[in-house]
Design a protein around this ligand. Structure first.
Ligand code: ZN
Length: 61
């Protein structure tokens, strides 16, 4: 049989969540080196694993 969860217990359980700082890793582009999300294309220079994938400002290609 399951027991009724008290308000205190339920609230205590729900209190255990927190926002965490975003994981950031330095850009793989040596010319950029800005902090970017790991395993993502760099939002500053468009590099991923040493290769240009995106054009950050060039929009008409
Ligand atoms: Zn970059």
């Amino acid at each position: 049989m399951q027991h009724r969860t008290s308000r205190a217990r339920a609230r205590h359980r729900r209190a255990h969540w927190k926002t965490s700082a975003p994981a950031l890793t330095p850009c793989t582009n040596p010319l950029c080196g800005k902090a970017t999300a790991p395993h993502r294309v760099c939002q500053h220079c468009g590099f991923y694993r040493g290769r240009a994938v995106l054009s950050p400002v060039d929009g008409d290609t």
